[in-house]
Design a protein around this ligand. Structure first.
Ligand SMILES: [Fe+2]
Ligand SMILES: [Fe+2]
Length: 241
């Protein structure tokens, strides 16, 4: 089927998702859905955290309020799908993705806000890319055994466009912040910093990873981390979207 080119193709993610991750995600789709539901909640939570952190920024508040509502609607869609497909929630410890991004972020203003927004760009762009890859996989009954159930592939095809809008919004907010904060060469600075953070993101999203998550890297050899005893996200930001 012909697909409209996604904006993610022109976006500087520094490395594509490995096909081994897509294979693993299709094979472990119930775990994928369970972690995806977490990601949608975290995406809403990240947006709310930024609204609390920068209450004086009315434009950011109004944009991110809408985004948070949309992420919660995504959560409701995934949750409904999980119920229809009989998929239980799994308690898993957080993957390394968000913590690696968090470690790369600066902690003083105006750079902290810039880095938070740029991490939002990257997380949303990676989600967009992965939804697209997953939706392109064959539906039920395809040869080769592993296939996403058709309703899952359909939902992912629908979510791709939302995540594309989200990373574009975060990028716009980052450029606007750089300008408002009086940062020299705002567009150039945003672009250079985005590239630096994108390198960290690419390593986390593509390097060998012993655990399987929505944003994990290439599956490491051996049975990757299934359900663990703990759940929850340490720290406040960034969270996966
Ligand atoms: Fe979402
Ligand atoms: Fe999103």
């Amino acid at each position: 089927m012909d697909r409209i080119a996604s904006p993610v193709e022109t976006f500087p993610l520094q490395a594509p998702t490995p096909s081994a991750w897509v294979d693993e995600a299709v094979r472990r789709w119930p775990e994928l859905l369970s972690d995806h539901a977490n990601c949608e909640k975290k995406a809403a939570s990240t947006a709310l955290a930024m609204m609390f952190a920068y209450p004086e920024d009315r434009e950011l508040a109004s944009r991110l309020s809408r985004l948070a509502r949309e992420e919660l609607r995504h959560f409701e869609q995934v949750d409904r799908l999980m119920q229809e497909q009989g998929v239980p929630y799994l308690r898993v410890k957080p993957g390394r993705y968000a913590s690696r991004l968090r470690a790369a972020m600066r902690t003083h203003e105006p750079w902290r806000k810039l880095d938070l927004l740029l991490c939002g760009v990257l997380i949303e762009a990676r989600s967009c890319e992965r939804f697209r890859l997953l939706a392109a996989r064959p539906a039920d009954g395809a040869a080769g055994g592993a296939a996403l159930p058709a309703p899952v592939a359909e939902l992912y095809a629908a979510l791709e466009a939302s995540e594309a809008r989200h990373f574009q919004l975060y990028l716009k907010l980052a450029e606007r912040h750089a300008q408002a904060a009086g940062i020299d060469d705002p567009r150039g600075t945003v672009s250079r910093r985005l590239k630096e953070l994108a390198e960290v993101e690419a390593e986390a999203a593509t390097g060998p990873d012993p655990e399987f998550r929505f944003h994990s890297g290439a599956p490491a050899t051996g049975e990757a981390g299934a359900a663990g005893p703990a759940s929850g996200e340490g720290g406040r930001a960034p969270r996966e979207a």
